[in-house]
Design a protein around this ligand. Structure first.
Ligand SMILES: Nc1ncnc2c1ncn2[C@@H]1O[C@H](COP(=O)(O)OP(=O)(O)OP(=O)(O)O)[C@@H](O)[C@H]1O
Ligand SMILES: O=C(O)[C@H](O)[C@@H](O)[C@H](O)[C@H](O)CO
Length: 165
């Protein structure tokens, strides 16, 4: 929905996970940083390729830790570590309580549509870290999806305009 609103391409980060990573998560075992590195590098390369072609892209991704986001920010070849504001790779954090998130994941797992069990939600939230200096946009994810998109686009238009090349 966000990609449509921005008129850009879309990449689902889960499509970049190896079979081994997906199997691990299906079995209720959290991934390690080592498991995640090749996945993040693959996403970084995809972002780099798209930006290199002059395209924008929206990526849905559990970029939980600052060091994961630093890999993704390298998708902008001009990125200097720590210069968050100047980076073409922007993040939006969809915020909801642990209960709301676990319930959504449970519903989705019950529909049989996803490898990720609700039992892993706690380990994901335990890893989530956002450094205030990053200036990440935080959006309330408990409102309807179209309102989330609207709020995100409003934020992104300004931010993207300021780093457009
Ligand atoms: N704004 C919303 N209001 C109510 N339910 C929502 C909202 N957004 C998503 N959901 C529901 O939450 C579940 C998970 O949503 P979705 O698969 O889009 O999340 P996701 O961020 O892609 O998850 P993951 O990163 O774990 O794959 C779905 O069942 C979806 O219908
Ligand atoms: O880094 C990870 O542990 C994974 O990317 C997970 O976060 C899941 O794949 C995601 O939450 C389901 O979409």
């Amino acid at each position: 929905m966000l990609a449509d609103a921005l008129g850009c391409g879309f990449v689902e980060a889960d499509d970049h996970h190896s079979h081994a990573n997906k199997d691990k998560m299906s079995n209720g075992v959290p991934l390690t940083d080592e498991d995640r590195l090749p996945w993040l590098e693959s996403l970084r390369d995809t972002i780099r390729e798209r930006l290199g072609r002059g395209e924008d892209v929206a990526v849905s991704c559990s970029a939980l830790r600052l060091k994961y986001r630093e890999v993704l920010r390298q998708g902008d070849v001009s990125y200097k570590p720590g210069s968050y504001g100047a980076c073409r790779v922007k993040f939006v954090c969809l915020e909801a309580s642990a209960e709301v998130i676990a319930e959504r994941v449970r519903c989705r797992a019950a529909e049989g549509g996803h490898f990720m069990p609700a039992s892993l939600v706690r380990s994901q939230l335990d890893l989530l870290e956002i450094d205030a200096a990053e200036g990440i946009t935080v959006i309330d994810a408990t409102v309807p999806a179209h309102a989330i998109v609207q709020a995100t686009v409003a934020q992104f238009r300004d931010e993207l305009a300021s780093t457009a090349r």
